[in-house]
Design a protein around this ligand. Sequence first.
Ligand code: ADP
Ligand code: MG
Length: 337
Amino acid sequence: MGEFELIQRYFTRPTRQAVLGVGDDCALWQPTPGMQLAISSDMLVSGRHFFADTDPYRLGHKALAVNLSDLAACGARPLAFTLALALPRADPAWLAPFADGLLALADAHGCELIGGDTTQGPLNICITVFGEVPAGVAQRPGQIATAALLRSAAQPGDDIYVSATLGDARLALEAMLGRVALDAASLGRARQRLEQPTPRVALGLALRGIANACADISDGLLGDLGHILQRSGVGARIDTSVASEKLASATLAAASNAPGCVSPQQRLAYVMAGGDDYELVFTAAPARRADVVQASLASATPVTRIGQIEEAIGLRLVDADGASIANNFASFDHFAP
Ligand code: ADP
Ligand code: MG
């Protein structure tokens, strides 16, 4: 199978919203009047972001999911994406399930594959996703005129929330590396969340006009919240006992209750800095609490309030009694020294 047959067979489908899809030098898209494009790219490198033998269906899902998660964090509606793919060989037994996993998630979000590039090389998957958000009116001087949720918009006094649960992806990784002993059923559940994360697109859309700042959690809660704090010029106070109790997934909670499996410190570290969870961390004024509950219900995505934005720069971690806890939770950084 040659390059063009491969593209034709696995990645070419009838266009829906696109003016022109796969097959020409460019795809064409008609922008919706009054809307802004939200654009994001994510690259998945074999051996770096996933094990080379990862199930191809799940890998197809994940490659798009991490990109949709960026749109979710901005409150953008998915429209289309491009796929740049380097493959060691044109193997139908890998390509067919990869395309199925990718396109099933694309269809679930009405997000169309409109082009890309295909080359021979070490397995590498790069997706660029396009979404849209309404243009907005700047509320404050220096503010950007957009309805998109931005990292830079947290206000002192805001509540801080996290969607669903954290820590499963890290738990799965630790177990797969043989550093944590996990029973097969628990590993299966945790691994599902590592390999097939759910992008919180519906929650992101529901939070438009309600949340101030938002980011998705790819590198770890404290790291990604740190980006919000830095770009907003504010600090935060986080209740670690609430985070550990309410954000740990059922699988992680069970693993931390089983003797000799996951210590309470590890449980907290997986929640605070685990990475690869693709949940949303966002802030909203206390006056909007009922609206946040509504958005959570409307999107069928649980959210937990874990702290407050404060004027003083820096991140303060406290336990249930308000005593401060040292922040030695390192989030993931590809170029960490
Ligand atoms: P060019 O060399 O002009 O950039 P290519 O020959 O690389 O174009 O690609 C031919 C067509 O197939 C283009 O429309 C391109 O967008 C599309 N395409 C290439 N690879 C992929 C892919 N992995 N998924 C979807 N579309 C692809
Ligand atoms: Mg090309």
